[in-house]
Design a protein around this ligand. Sequence first.
Ligand code: B1M
Length: 234
Amino acid sequence: MAEDEDIILSELSDDDLVAQMMDDLYDGLKDEIEEGVNILLERGWTPYDVLTKALVAGMTIVGHDFRDGILFVPEVLLAANAMKAGMAILKPLLAETGAPRMGKMVIGTVKGDIHDIGKNLVGMMMEGAGFEVVDIGINNPVEKYIETLEAEGADILGMSALLTTTMPYMKVVIDTMKEKGMRDDFIILVGGAPLNDEFGRAIGADAYCRDAAVAVETAKALVARKHNQGTARA
Ligand code: B1M
């Protein structure tokens, strides 16, 4: 629209800029999202605030309209690409905290599921908190989780699922780990929009994490507890 072409992002107030970024994310405008992220950072916003108050909040609106049949897969993919472009700018900043190494996490989205924005965000925040993160991507079968956990000598397994049809696969992974006698060697955290505490408990995970910040706090608490019990891996 001609009106939109006239908008100069750097001239907007913080509130107007964030509102405009939400519109731009909705419209899948990658370049504008990158520009908006950079402007907020230049104005002294923390990377975490840019992430949560502009990008995640914007993606929540996209989610609602996707659910309600107002947006469709191609539009949501564009929005996701714009979101990822913004996250790519924030990633090194979030990881740059100089926090002491806390442990190693293998994280991946389960088999049948290709949603990766939330998982990527958890990985970024975990790195920022001092964890080493091995991201095995999307659509992971149980074999991939197990092979990577063993090869990496990890402390934590993180699994993500965004679909009600794929979340039961987390139990397949945990049950297989139990069968192999390796379940108790790892802290298992699960997350994703359709999950809840009860589901996490029912499938035998150590904890369900509502969001990336909770994942970080939970991982820190459980790693500390494991260290105190003297059973943590080096
Ligand atoms: Co999808 N999709 N999608 N989608 N999609 C949902 C999940 C949906 C809720 C939309 C809706 O109807 N409202 C719905 C699921 C319904 C259900 O199962 N009950 C849905 C559907 C139906 C589908 C398809 C089946 C659509 C179709 O093809 N007809 C299809 C499935 C494909 C597949 O996986 N096999 C599909 C496809 C897609 C796109 C490819 C278009 C795209 C994904 C792009 C990508 O990820 N690269 C997409 C998107 C973007 C969404 C929504 C709109 C947004 C998800 C997102 O990125 N949110 C989503 C709607 C929604 O969730 N409200 C939707 C932002 C992100 C920051 O939040 O992922 O929740 P989230 O992560 C949070 C927490 O959940 C938590 O921390 C994160 C950060 O705070 N967390 C963890 C997540 N993982 C964690 C792991 C942890 C800890 C915490 O480990 C320790």
